[in-house]
Every structure is written in C-alpha cells, then in structure tokens.
Design a protein around this ligand. Structure first.
Ligand SMILES: Nc1ncnc2c1ncn2[C@@H]1O[C@H](COP(=O)(O)OP(=O)(O)OP(=O)(O)O)[C@@H](O)[C@H]1O
Length: 362
C-alpha cells in the first residue's frame, strides 16, 4: 500500500522521485521556491508534470495509477479520483455550510445518504476535537478551529494519502499547538506528506524528513538523523548548527580552501582517503576573540562579522570565513559582545572547541 512518484517539470526546474510506505508521515523541508508546493500540486493533480509516473497502493492490495507519462503513455487521473486530500494553509471551507455539512460534503458526494454522511462527519469532527463546533458557519470559527474542521473534512473523504501544505503557517502561536496535537493523533499510522518550515512539526509529526532544494532532493532520512546530523546546509540551519563540508581525515575535515576543522569522529570510523564529510557544531561551541589568539592554534579562524542579532539571552554573531561563502555563527553574551565592541565588518577570530565538533561522512 505504498505510494511511489517520479516526476519532472521543466518549467519549474523540478525533478523528484520518492516513495512513501504505508503508515508513514514524511515532512518536506526546504527554502522558499525549492519546489515543495509543486510536489504537492503534482501529487494532488493540480499540476501536470512533463514526464514520470505515480501510483498508489490501494486498501484491497491493488494499485491505482495517478498519472503515467512513460514511453508515450499520457494517462492522467483527475484530482478527485486520486485518493489524495490536500489541506492548504487556509481552511477554505464552504462559507454557506456549517462545520458539520462542510465535513459531510465529501461522503455525500461519494454516494452516502444525508444521515450517513452526517454520522461520518460527526465522527471526524470528534476526532479533531471540534464536535462542539458542528453548527457553526466558517465565519464563526477562529483560524485554528476552521483548520481543525478542514482536517476533519479531508479525513472524511478517506484519502489514502493526506497532503498538508504548511497547515500551521496561518495560525497564531496559541492555536498552532492544539492543531499540532490533533495532527499528531490523526497522522499516526497514516500515509501523509507535510510541507513545513518548522522543525517542531518535523520532530512531532514525521517519521522521515526530505529536504528539497532547487527542485531536487538534497537529503533525506529519519527525522532525528537529518536534524541532528544534517548533511545539507538547509537542514543544518534548521537544526541551528554550523556545517562545514570537506574531506575527512584522522585530524578532522579539510575544506576545499585548505582549512582544517578538528573534531570528534564517530566511534568505529575508519579512514578512507578522500572521503567526503561534514563537521557540525553548535554556535555555542564557538568563541570570539579580537585579533591573534595565543595558546592552542587549533580550530582558530580569521572571520569578518556580517551581522549580529539577539538570540534568546545571547547575541548570535554571524561571520564569513574566507572566500568560500562559508558563514559561521557564534553565540556569546551581550556583555562579551559589548566588551569586544563587535560590529559588522570587523575582523575577529572564531575559535571552535574541537570536543564539540561532530565529524561524519557526507
Ligand atoms: N504559478 C507558477 N508559475 C510558474 N512558476 C512557478 C509558479 N509557482 C511557483 N513557480 C516556480 O516554481 C519553483 C518552485 O516553487 P514552489 O512554489 O513549489 O516552491 P516552495 O518550495 O513551495 O516555496 P515556498 O516555501 O516559498 O512556498 C520556483 O522556482 C517558483 O518560482
């Protein structure tokens, strides 16, 4: 009962293959314009790729083609016959129907009697903690309530694959946690793809993370692995880690411009000449010094400060290293920042504690 897709769409520079197992929720992360919405559009049947194919395993053990443009075939299934349901950022409920009838609409269209459809609707409203809202029109619902009703409406259509496009994005910070808890419950054991900008969503809701950059998969893996041992700059940024790529050796990572970042290898790591790898370390492992440093010269790099901003009760100092467009961050106290007189454009040294640098193959 898995879902499989291969699709390319030249006009959007999009080329992605993926597979989703039964019961698996996958989070799609990536920068703006990476192709996340394009992916959902192609699956839901709102966008037509140039080539590729997609199929969905069905409950009865069969297979349903969503589209197939391979070898001269031009098979294209319309959105309502795909077994997918798309939940957008905004709830998009029918304004003239109350919550119950919004949810009953799908089952009713699929042939259920009015009584049956309302029974089904009540079940799904209860699942999303929205039964008390059944009689309200969308205009009488808050953003978070409307979004929960929209989740019930999507589930009432019994989709084989649920597609969620940043479902929390339009909600205020008080409404998001409740919807997140509801989603955690309803996504359990369900095939779903959730596009999100929030690591918390990935941690709470997804079994696996796919990072999309420039219309391609940049990295994928179990959520914890991707967010704790990122290989792409995007995932490292989300995880709040500095990431330096290069060649692994006993001593550390050597960057293409010849700098060595010393750190800790995985236990059991064995050296292979020329092996590509990354060094990941938190901004809290970086100290900032003016000018030359005395003592151990290890992991000490001249940098130019690009910006400073508050980060919790610390100041995050961002700086560029050499010509390689490598940006590193350090977290220091406001007092230290003031004492050092840090300003953008200033040359300083970043010293990275090698005990806190994780080295692993890319
Ligand atoms: N309606 C459109 N017509 C043509 N090109 C588009 C259209 N919408 C998006 N694109 C392009 O397709 C590419 C992928 O965009 P997409 O909206 O899928 O990105 P995204 O990852 O969802 O971004 P965001 O996080 O900003 O929502 C981008 O280059 C974008 O400029």
């Amino acid at each position: 009962m898995s879902f499989e897709l291969r699709a390319s769409l030249g006009a959007r520079n999009f080329d992605i293959s993926l597979k989703i197992s039964d019961g698996e929720t996958v989070a799609i992360l990536g920068p703006n314009g990476a192709g996340k919405s394009t992916l959902l559009g192609v699956i839901a049947g709102l966008l037509r790729p140039d080539s590729g194919a997609a199929k969905m395993g069905t409950a009865k053990g069969g297979e349903r083609e969503l589209f197939n443009f391979d070898g001269g075939t031009r098979f294209w299934s319309p959105p309502h016959l795909r077994g997918t349901a798309l939940l957008a950022q905004e709830a998009l409920l029918f304004p003239h129907l109350n919550a119950l009838d919004n949810v009953a609409f799908g089952p009713r269209s699929a042939g259920a009697s009015k009584v049956e459809a309302r029974e089904t609707a009540r079940h799904w409203l209860a699942e999303v903690d929205a039964l008390p809202l059944a009689d309200r029109k969308p205009a009488q619902l808050s953003g978070g309530q409307a979004q929960r009703v929209a989740v019930a409406r999507a589930l009432a259509a019994e989709p084989e694959l649920l597609l969620l496009d940043e479902p929390m994005a339009a909600l205020d910070i008080h409404a998001a946690p409740l919807l997140r808890r509801v989603l955690k419950r309803v996504l359990q054991d369900r095939k779903a793809i959730i596009v999100t900008h929030d690591v918390l969503d990935a941690y709470m809701l997804a079994d696996r993370v796919i990072v999309v950059e420039n219309g391609r998969i940049a990295e994928e893996g179990p959520t914890r692995q991707v967010l704790e041992r990122p290989r792409s700059h995007f995932a490292a940024g989300l995880a709040g880690l500095n990431l330096v790529a290069g060649t692994l050796s006993e001593d550390g990572i050597t960057t293409p411009d010849g700098r060595l970042f010393a750190g800790q290898h995985d236990p059991g790591w064995s050296s292979r000449p020329g092996q590509a790898g990354v060094a990941a370390f938190p901004p809290s492992s970086v100290s900032v010094f003016p000018g030359e440093v005395h003592g151990s010269p290890r992991n000490s790099f001249p940098v130019v400060i690009t910006d400073l901003e508050p980060h919790g009760d610390q100041i995050r100092v961002r700086a560029s290293l050499g010509h390689a467009a490598q940006v590193l961050s350090a977290d220091i106290t406001p007092a230290a920042s003031a004492d050092l007189g840090l300003v953008p454009g200033m040359e300083v040294r970043f010293v990275v504690k090698s005990a806190l640098v994780s080295l692993y193959p890319a």
